[in-house]
Design a protein around this ligand. Structure first.
Ligand code: HEM
Length: 157
């Protein structure tokens, strides 16, 4: 990402952070309009708890911008936990769309093409790392460590 994109993300995130609760309500509304079936993944977590999760995720995205490589191991572990939560590849696009819509509603006419592009590039970079990491994980019961510790199958070299 370019430095000016990162600066845009940092300042816009600082602003939206001032209205965490309102932005969270908006986000989950948009998310569940896109895919009502996702509600069940979040269980009966209250909105405040969900808002904290949303902003924990955004904190992560923004904090990762300057050195994505440093947070890759953390994102990989996060991705493994997400498989356990029932999250699948396609859900990342849905969450990304809900995020952009939320920001667009929040900033209104100030949500410029540059700002939109900066947010979607950042989200895609983080989601891309997570989706790739999730591919090494079996959906039920079997962790990445189990898969990696399997002996190489007989017959290869
Ligand atoms: C850039 C992508 C994402 C990031 C950075 C992110 C980040 C987080 C974080 C930090 C948590 C807190 C719990 C933990 O650390 O394990 C969390 C929980 C969760 N996330 Fe994500 N997330 C992302 C994408 C998604 C997607 C695509 C979904 C699918 C709908 C999703 C669904 C959930 C659920 C269901 C929980 C747990 C809710 C609960 O405990 O009830 N996340 N996420």
């Amino acid at each position: 990402m370019h430095d000016d994109q990162i600066a845009l993300l940092e300042t816009s995130f600082a602003e939206v952070s001032l209205s965490r609760d309102a932005a969270s309500v908006l986000f989950y509304e948009r998310l569940f309009v896109h895919d009502p079936a996702l509600k069940r993944l979040f269980g009966d977590t209250d909105m405040t708890g969900q808002g904290q999760k949303l902003f924990a995720a955004l904190d992560l995205v923004v904090a990762s911008l300057r050195s994505l490589d440093k947070v890759v191991p953390m994102l990989e572990q996060l991705a493994v936990r997400h498989v356990r939560y029932g999250v699948r590849d396609a859900h990342y696009a849905t969450v990304g769309a809900a995020l952009i819509e939320t920001l667009s509603l929040y900033f209104g006419p100030r949500f410029s093409m540059d700002l939109r592009r900066a947010w979607s590039d950042a989200y895609e970079a983080v989601a891309g790392v997570m989706i790739a990491a999730a591919h090494g994980v079996a959906p039920e019961g079997e962790g990445a460590a189990t898969i990696l510790s399997r002996p190489a199958s007989a017959g290869t070299l």
